[in-house]
Design a protein around this ligand. Structure first.
Ligand code: CAA
Length: 378
């Protein structure tokens, strides 16, 4: 245990690690094989306070800060990347409502997320034609005497079939980023229609669906934050979300490296363990170094967010570096395992499939570079 961690951070880390080792890791390969959403495990995360790690205790959160959240995400992802993304999006949704919601909105929705009653949260920003460029979204929200009416199509909605609380972005004004508002929609609202579960390459036990908003009527007070100022809410949420995905990438890569090291010690070729060969040693040295660098960048971003200072650039750096490094580390883990790395008997194969998406969601590596370059160049 790192002595620089506070007592709270150590407690959250230990809680997440124990649960991950005892309950999640033993079933992770089965969940992946069957593409099965781990409903009971997700409820267990809520019981341990891990669905609102950085959410005030008054709203049912653990109020343990961003560093604790990052550490918990790393531990859960080390056991199962699918469970980790379910947790990441739910924490992000709970935090956004806790931060931008009215007292009534907070009290209505956040405790349902932190307690597990709502199962999970969903973040409905992307659309079929608006992924990296959410400012071009087409979903609309019309103010009517019945309330707001949402119409449109969302895409890649994590937790969409299970979520009890959705944050949905829709156009309420003119074109571009300035005409977008944020709304709270409860799961099961008529007109909110999750589509067919996507057959993904990795994180197969997480739920990803398209979402149709078919004349979905929500109350007047479902507007979260100011009308036409929703784009900023999404961007601020994603800054925090990127610390979460960096942490997920670190967790997956940690597992891959641990398994590669164990294999290199035990596997013998040419009369000695393959770890005695420099070719394998260099791969392990590069992976260990890159993993530490990813941890430090992510810890910095988490500390900055916790300290209340602008951290957008640092979150993008952490997400970019951690996800790219984790992909290389998982690829090397497969290489070290040789033929056994390419079959499902060893977890290395799952890690490589799971880690690929960390370079894509919550902003591709190209988008992270755009954010960093804009910050650096001014
Ligand atoms: N914090 C606060 N405000 C911000 C901000 C930030 N980090 N970034 C931008 N803004 C504000 C700007 O200040 C600007 O405000 P004004 O209109 O008041 O001037 C406004 O937002 C528009 O900013 P830009 O002109 O920079 O917007 P843009 O259209 O050029 O886009 C972008 C910027 C960074 C490329 C953004 O579009 C982006 O992040 N794209 C990627 C989207 C993404 O990450 N999607 C992930 C989907 S969710 C997901 O994957 C979850 C899951 O399920 C796992």
């Amino acid at each position: 245990m790192d002595p620089e961690l506070t007592e709270t951070q150590q407690l959250i880390l230990k809680t997440a690690r124990d649960y991950a080792e005892r309950v999640i890791r033993p079933v992770a390969a089965d969940l992946d094989r069957d593409a099965r959403f781990p409903l009971e495990i997700v409820k267990g995360l809520a019981e341990l306070g891990l669905m609102g790690v950085n959410v005030p205790a008054a709203l049912g959160g653990a109020e343990a800060g961003v560093v604790s959240y990052s550490l918990a995400m790393q531990e859960i992802a080390r056991a199962c990347a699918s469970t980790a993304v379910t947790m990441a999006v739910t924490n992000m949704v709970a935090e956004v409502i806790a931060r931008f919601g009215t007292p009534a909105q907070r009290e209505r929705h956040v405790p349902r997320l932190t307690s597990g009653e709502a199962v999970a949260g969903a973040f409905a920003l992307s659309e079929p034609e608006a992924g990296s460029d959410p400012g071009s979204m087409r979903t609309t929200a019309e103010r009517t005497p019945r309330g707001w009416v949402l119409r449109g199509q969302k895409q890649w909605i994590t937790n969409g079939s299970y979520a009890g609380v959705f944050i949905v972005w829709a156009r309420t004004g003119g074109p571009g980023t300035k005409g977008i508002s944020t709304f709270l929609v409860e799961g099961g609202t008529p007109g909110l229609k999750p589509g067919k579960h996507e057959e993904k390459m990795g994180i197969r036990a997480s739920n990803t669906v398209p979402l149709t908003l078919d004349d979905c009527v929500i109350p007047e007070d479902a507007l979260l934050g100011e009308e036409n100022h929703g784009f900023r809410v999404a961007m601020m949420a994603l800054d925090g979300g990127r610390v979460g995905i960096a942490s997920q990438a670190i967790g997956i890569a940690t597992a891959a490296l641990e398994e590669a090291v164990a294999y290199a010690r035990e596997r013998k070729q040419f009369g000695k363990p393959i770890g005695d060969f420099q070719a394998i040693q260099w791969m392990i040295a590069d992976s260990a170094t890159e993993l530490d660098a990813a941890r430090l960048l992510t810890l910095r971003a988490a500390r900055m967010k916790e300290g209340g200072v602008p951290f957008s650039r640092e979150a993008s750096m952490a997400k970019l570096f951690a996800s790219e490094a984790a992909n290389k580390i998982c690829d090397r883990a497969v290489q070290i395992h040789g033929g056994y790395g390419y079959v499902r008997d060893f977890a290395a194969e799952r890690h490589l499939r799971d880690v690929r998406v960390t370079r894509i969601y919550e902003g591709t590596s190209e988008i992270q570079r755009m954010v960093i370059a804009r910050n650096v160049l001014g």
